[in-house]
Each structure stands twice: as structure tokens, then as C-alpha cells.
Design a protein. Structure first.
Length: 359
């Protein structure tokens, strides 16, 4: 079970690093490689010929450095090399002041935005399924931004005679709001806050909020676009079971973006919209380092859509994670996509296989 504990541990408690160094001294080289295959079940054409597609590619290829500069300062930098998602490019590059940790830590630079469970607390190499959920990819974006973040918590305290780590945690960030490697485009900033409660060893509850205004993308419009997000999440870890759930609600006035997960490019759509969704997943670690997983997710890309014309997305992921050792993991996911209000099943399921090595 040592392999499982090491790989499944969360991101750093008081920072935004996706990965940790091997030691506290000197420069640590960190990163991971994810090679992936994808088979899409697309049915047949009018001539009865198969439209199914098989593809092999790099999902993510990341390499970076982390370390300490004296007693009070640390640094973290991560690059994405995979051409699949637009590499090479800088993902993270920030400096942290740690004098008052664990109660307060200041980070300045470009980092992963601390919104929600699947983004704010889970690096791409620690996802329980290969893909992030639709609601997170669409409403938690941009996943990375440039700004200043203060994070920390209560540290180790005793509650009713039981010791708990970080009973109350927080992350407050002031961000450009323009996303990955994009200069600021106005004088206003995004504000993001995340609070977590960890009253007992087996439960963590979190709440996240983000809001900001940006120059309008539509011609002839002089009122700034406004983006607001609210999310709640819960994680239960008991023995070899893990249960997670997250709900996000978002409103956009003027224009909005879709996509942007783990380095993917954002797509901009003109208009105002309200969107929401949730996911829930259950995992169990067997004695053979095999971890079955089932995840259900629902995403409504337009909550004002007329009933009967709903384009709501329902998706179930069946799969497993197999840990060869502390650094190597195999993930196999079958994605079953159910169409809302569809009389005929649309062939759009997929089988994903991913190998990951962390260094």
C-alpha cells in the first residue's frame, strides 16, 4: 500500500505546486510523461463502413524544477512539451515566501488557479480518471493565471482529543484573469477564494468563488464582460475507499470561454449564459494495486434552454488504475455518453488507455 499512498497524496498543502521535489536541498528536476491511445466508437456510414477511429499521442509531457532559495523563499517552474496541447510553453513559474507557513504563504507569478477540487487540489498527474470532467473544463477555466496568492491554514491542531491536519485551509488570489501566458488586457483583476474544512481525517469539504470583469469581445459593446463562479466539493477517504463530488455554477455576461483544461486552448463564444454541472466518483484500492473507478458527470451548457431541446451532457466513466510501482501507472477508461432527450443512441463512446511515468 506504500505505492498507493505516495501516488494518491494530494498537492502541497499550502502551495500551488502540482508536484513535489525529492528533497528540500538544491534544485529538483520534476515532471511526468503521459502516452495515450484513444479509440472512438463512431458507428458506420451509409455504406456500412466503420467510422471508428484509433489514435496514439502524447497527452502531456512536462518537465520542471523546484527548490529553495535560502530559508524563506522557494521557486517552482513547469513547462509543457507535448505538441498535442500546444507545447512547448510555460505552465507555472512563481516564487513563494514561506516565513509564516503553514499559517500564511505568499506566491507570486503564474500558477494553477485554486478553484475547486479537481483543479485547485489535484494535479493532472494525480487525476483518478484520464479526462477532467466537462463542468470543470468549462467552468473552472482558465486553469492557470498570473497574479498573487496568499494561502495557508491552521496546521496541526487537536479537536475533541483527535489530531487533525489543516482543519481550516484557505487560498486567496488576485489574478489578471486573462489565463495562461496572456498579458493583462485591462486595469481590473479577478478575485478568487477557496476555503476547505478538514474536521476529521476521512472528510474534506471545500467551497470556491471567483469573479472578474474583462474588456468586451463583441464589436460595438462598451460594457465589460463579467464572469462569476461558485463551487462546492467534498472528498471522503476511508480505508481503501475514495468518494469525491463537486458542483459548479457559473454565469457569464457579454461573452464566455469553453475548454482550457490542463493547457488546452480556450475558445471564446459571444453572448451571455448560465451554466452548471456536477460529478461524483467512487474508487476502491484492492490488495493488488488495482483501483477500479466509476464516475458520473452531468453538465448543462445552457440552463435557460427550453425543456425538450436540452443539450445537457451525461457521461459515465468506467475504468481502473493499476500502479506498477511508485512512479508508473496504467489507466484504462471507457466513456459512456448518454444523449439527453435523444430517441436514438448516438455512437460517440470512447476507450482511453494511458501510461504515466513520474520523475
Amino acid at each position: 500500500m506504500l505505492v498507493v499512498v505516495t501516488i494518491m497524496s494530494g498537492s502541497l498543502l499550502y502551495g500551488q505546486e502540482c508536484m513535489e521535489g525529492a528533497s528540500d536541498e538544491g534544485v529538483n528536476i520534476i515532471g511526468f510523461v503521459q502516452t495515450q491511445s484513444e479509440y472512438n466508437f463512431l458507428g458506420e456510414d451509409l455504406r456500412g463502413e466503420s467510422l471508428n477511429e484509433l489514435d496514439f499521442y502524447f497527452n502531456r509531457v512536462r518537465i520542471g524544477v523546484t527548490g529553495n532559495a535560502g530559508y524563506d523563499f522557494s521557486y517552482y517552474a513547469m513547462t509543457e512539451m507535448s505538441p498535442t496541447i500546444g507545447g512547448p510553453m510555460i505552465l507555472d513559474a512563481f516564487v513563494s515566501y514561506n516565513r509564516f507557513a503553514p499559517y500564511a504563504k505568499a506566491s507570486f507569478g503564474q500558477f494553477r488557479t485554486p478553484f475547486g477540487l479537481e483543479v485547485g487540489s489535484t494535479g493532472c498527474h494525480k487525476l483518478h480518471t484520464i479526462n477532467r470532467t466537462h463542468v470543470v473544463s468549462n467552468l473552472a477555466a482558465p486553469f492557470r493565471d498570473f497574479g498573487l496568492m496568499i494561502s495557508g491554514g491552521t496546521g496541526d491542531i487537536s479537536i475533541l482529543g483527535s489530531k487533525t491536519t489543516n482543519f481550516l485551509g484557505y487560498k486567496l488570489a488576485l489574478l489578471n484573469g486573462t489565463g495562461l501566458n496572456t498579458p493583462d488586457d485591462n486595469r481590473k483583476k479577478d478575485f478568487l477564494a477557496r476555503v476547505t474544512l478538514h474536521p476529521l481525517d476521512f472528510i474534506t469539504v471545500g467551497a470556491s468563488y471567483r469573479t472578474g470583469e474583462h474588456p468586451p469581445l463583441a464589436d460595438g459593446v462598451f460594457i465589460d464582460d463579467k464572469r462569476t463562479r461558485f463551487g462546492i466539493d467534498v472528498e471522503l477517504k476511508y480505508a481503501d475507499f475514495i468518494v469525491q463530488g463537486e458542483f459548479i455554477d457559473g454565469s457569464d455576461d457579454g461573452s464566455y470561454t469553453i475548454g482550457g483544461g490542463c493547457g488546452d486552448p480556450l475558445q471564446t463564444v459571444i453572448g451571455s449564459i448560465n451554466r452548471k454541472g456536477f460529478f461524483g466518483q467512487v474508487l476502491y484500492m484492492t490488495p493488488w494495486n488495482l483501483q477500479p473507478v466509476v464516475k458520473f458527470e452531468q453538465y448543462d451548457p445552457n440552463t435557460s434552454e427550453v425543456e425538450g431541446l436540452n443539450d445537457q451532457i451525461n457521461e459515465i466513466t468506467y475504468g481502473f488504475n493499476y500502479f506498477f510501482n511508485e512512479w508508473t501507472r496504467l489507466q484504462v477508461n471507457y466513456l459512456y455518453r448518454a444523449e439527453e432527450n435523444a430517441r436514438v443512441e448516438v455512437p460517440n463512446d470512447a476507450l482511453l488507455i494511458q501510461m504515466q511515468i513520474v520523475f
